[in-house]
Design a binder for this molecule. Structure first.
Ligand code: PAJ
Length: 294
């Protein structure tokens, strides 16, 4: 019998200078540089971004950094799952050239005073319920962009607003980076994969399905001809309440501006943030256009 060979884990860098030298080398060779920013606790959703980046780029960097500045004071920064060894194993054999795992001290040196503040679509939905969140996201992503200098950066549609804001940021700040947005990866029963799903008890895991089912209900209503946003929102709230979810927001919004819509007669994003027990989950779905994520 042949001995089972396990693919080597990609090289992990804590030092941005050493990583930068390797990336510069690849750039000199004319390879397109891809970046996949993550906070680790990697699951199939992250890995779909990783695989797409590895396929499309000549040199691919995955970053793993639990970014303190995007967590609110009462959020789960301290308890956020940190599974570096398993993450590196998960990245083995996927065509990744480097993993960047900076320390918090290196990313935010004493005296750090500069933040990226976004307005407009950053102030609604997640921005309303997690004040300061996107300031932290935009700041850390811009720092990662500057450290790695990718040609393309990959984000998941699971965090629809985040992906939209990253598009805005590169446009507003004239960054020569293409933002690629990948589809939502779901469990077979519909729950969107999330690093936070590990917090759910079996009963909460079952009730969490109300989120994707509420989005599906919205899609079905639109497909059957309902266009009145208030009617659709009421049915979505009803579905979430049936499983005792505490809703932060349920929204039907313009996918570019995130302004609420009254009539669903064009592509609209349906977005939900809700708490199942102590765990806050988000999900979304495009309505009114052919869905590739059924
Ligand atoms: P994190 O939550 O680790 O997610 C990293 C990337 O994976 C994000 O672009 C997210 O949208 C994507 N992702 C997560 N779950 C997914 C799923 N089920 N299907 C498809 N993509 C999914 O988002 C962050 O980290 C951070 O805010 C970060 C951008 C790294 C900045 O700190």
């Amino acid at each position: 019998m042949k001995a089972q060979t396990t693919a080597a884990t990609p090289p992990a860098f804590t030092d941005a200078v050493a990583l930068g030298a390797l990336v510069a080398d690849a750039r000199r060779q004319g390879k397109p540089i891809g970046l996949v920013p993550t906070m680790g606790a990697l699951h199939a959703g992250h890995l779909s971004l990783v695989d797409t980046a590895a396929r499309e780029c000549g040199f691919t960097v995955v970053t793993i950094f639990v970014n303190p500045t995007q967590f609110g004071p009462n959020e789960d920064f301290a308890s956020y799952p940190r599974t570096l060894d398993a993450d590196l194993q998960a990245l083995a054999g996927r065509g990744i050239d480097a993993v960047f795992v900076p320390s918090t001290d290196a990313m935010y040196r004493p005296g750090h005073s500069t933040y990226v503040e976004m307005a407009g679509p950053a102030l609604v939905l997640e921005g309303e319920f997690r004040p300061g969140h996107f300031r932290g996201v935009a700041t850390v992503v811009l720092k990662l962009f500057n450290l790695v200098r990718p040609d393309r950066a990959y984000f998941g549609r699971k965090d629809f607003q985040q992906a939209l804001l990253m598009r805005r940021m590169v446009e507003d700040l004239n960054l020569p980076i293409a933002i690629e947005v990948c589809p939502i990866v779901r469990e077979p029963d519909g729950l969107a994969l999330s690093s936070r799903n590990v917090y759910l008890s079996p009963d909460e895991r079952r009730r969490a399905l109300a989120i994707s089912q509420s989005l599906r209900l919205a899609r079905e209503l639109v497909e059957r001809g309902t266009t009145d946003a208030r009617t659709i929102l009421a049915r979505m709230h009803e579905r979430l309440a049936a499983d005792d979810l505490r809703v932060d927001y349920v929204a039907l919004a313009d996918p570019n501006t995130l302004e609420p819509v009254d009539v669903v007669n064009r592509p609209v994003v349906a977005a939900i943030a809700a708490r199942v027990g102590a765990t806050r989950l988000i999900d979304n779905e495009m309505l009114g256009e052919a869905s590739s994520e059924k």
